[in-house]
Design a protein. Structure first.
Length: 486
């Protein structure tokens, strides 16, 4: 160090030097530590900020997805509702509206439990409420459809038993000649089947089998009904006058009038049999056979498949016969049985639809819709209140409170009609409180008529009682026709 022109030397000890160097180093190290801490703090803050932004983005994305799914569930529920509407309308358009008073005992009613499920889901998962409601509606419809099938099956079983046949036998016969690979059906993704759907399938299969068997039971009138000229069982033989057994029903008709198969089946015989003349026989399975005799001409061949109402020949007078008519037999294992219960057996398909002021008898049993020989039967246990208009020939053993309009009417002895009767032909054995207008009118000895009678041709048996006026309907060039039978 220079001072006043002289150079002076200051001696610093090595210890002091080391102390100063250490202080400088410590300061530098401290600065480095502070800088590192600052940088780390800035990095951590940036990282936490980025994580926060990412979490906020995730929350926002999740909320948007939940909102989207909620909207999607509503859309799915709407689609399922519309599909259920379509299913119900399509089924009811085919089989008609399901009755409200279906029997409840044939299948469980889960409507109450389904409503509890809807309420529980509404509280725990509100977004799924609509889906639960659609499921409840679907199950209710499935159960109603099952009860409908069970009711139809019960009706078919009753009709089958009435003619002495075993419904189980007909069901078993419907499964003959079946086969193919096993393709299972499931209602769940775990290969399970909801028991309610399985029950529906079994009920529909049972209904189809029984109604298929019922279609093979003779229930269609085999000829146009003028009247039954001879019944089943004991009668006086028309040739000898002595007691004899008649194995069928005789339907009077003009030569050449069509004869129809009484049920679906296969033609098993065409030809002549002693006493029967020209004959066609139709086999309906399970030992059941119908025979059509005295034909003027046959219109079928052996092995031909026929439906109920298919024309198989023409009325004639061949064989042991006093005049043109159809002799109709029903045989079980070649034993003749009374055909009348068979003609009445399919009563459940003679559907009586009630309107505001009228009932209409419709034949839903298939066959030739153009034929005039469809036979509607109202048994003794049937009571109709309201006007009755029949598209078919009508046989009444029960009671009717209302006017009757039909092509041909046959009234049983125990039948009571309170109302006017209008028909092309009528054969009356019971009681009528009202006017009668018919082309060909036959009043049998058991008839009790309280009303005016208008006719083209009239036959009255001795013993019949008519409390009213008679009037012949005048047609140009015709003479009144009145026949009294003792």
């Amino acid at each position: 160090m220079r001072s006043q022109g002289q150079v002076r030397f200051i001696r610093i000890s090595s210890r002091l030097q080391m102390t100063v160097a250490g202080g400088v180093a410590a300061a530098v190290l401290l600065w480095l530590v502070v800088m590192a801490a600052t940088l780390f703090s800035q990095f951590t803050a940036a990282r936490d900020h980025a994580a926060l932004l990412e979490r906020e983005a995730a929350v926002a994305s999740a909320e948007s997805r939940v909102a989207k799914y909620r909207g999607g569930l509503e859309g799915v529920a709407d689609d399922l509702d519309r599909r259920q509407d379509f299913i119900e309308k399509a089924i009811e358009g085919t089989i008609g509206e399901l009755p409200k008073d279906l029997p409840q005992g044939t299948v469980s009613d889960s409507s109450g439990e389904a409503q509890k499920t809807v309420r529980k889901i509404s509280m725990e998962l509100p977004e799924a409420r609509r889906l639960a409601e659609v499921e409840a509606r679907q199950l209710a419809f499935i159960e109603r459809l099952t009860r409908f099938a069970d009711a139809r099956s019960a009706q078919a079983e009753t009709a089958i038993r009435r003619v002495g046949l075993n419904p189980a036998m007909l069901r078993a016969a419907s499964r003959e000649g079946q086969g193919g690979p096993l393709i299972r059906l499931f209602t769940g993704n775990d290969d399970s089947v909801d028991p309610r759907f399985a029950r529906l399938g079994a009920s529909l299969e049972r209904m189809a089998a029984l109604e298929k068997g019922l279609r093979r039971i003779p229930n269609t009138l085999p000829a146009s009904l003028e009247y039954i000229s001879s019944g089943f069982g004991y009668r006086s033989d028309p040739f000898t006058g002595g007691p004899a057994f008649h194995a069928g029903l005789d339907f009077r008709g003009p030569v050449g009038a069509p004869i129809y198969s009484a049920a679906a089946g296969t033609v098993s015989f065409v030809g002549q049999r002693q006493g029967y003349g020209n004959v066609v026989e139709v086999s309906h399975g399970n030992g059941l056979m119908t025979r059509y005799a005295h034909m003027s001409r046959t219109a079928a061949r052996i092995g031909q498949k026929v439906d109920a109402g298919s024309e198989i020949g023409k009325i004639g007078n061949t064989g042991r016969s006093t005049g043109p008519h159809l002799h109709f037999e029903v045989r079980i294992n070649d034993r003749p049985v009374n055909p009348r219960p068979f003609l009445e057996a399919n009563r459940h398909v003679q559907e009586i639809r009630a309107g505001n002021a009228a009932h209409r008898v419709n034949n839903l049993g298939g066959g030739n819709s153009a034929m005039a020989a469809t036979f509607s039967v109202l048994g003794a246990d049937v009571a109709v209140k309201g006007d009755l208009s029949a598209t078919a020939d009508l046989h009444i053993d029960g009671s009717v409170e209302g006017d009757i309009t039909c092509a041909a009417l046959v009234q049983g002895e125990k039948s009571t009609v309170t109302g006017a009767i209008k028909a092309k032909s009528a054969r009356l054995s019971g009681t009528v409180h009202g006017s009668i207008e018919a082309g060909e009118l036959v009043i049998l000895k058991t008839a009790r008529i309280h009303g005016d009678v208008s006719y083209d041709a009239l036959t009255i048996e001795q013993g019949a009682q008519v409390d009213g006026r008679f009037a012949h309907r005048v047609h140009a060039g015709e003479e009144p026709s009145l026949t009294l039978v003792s």
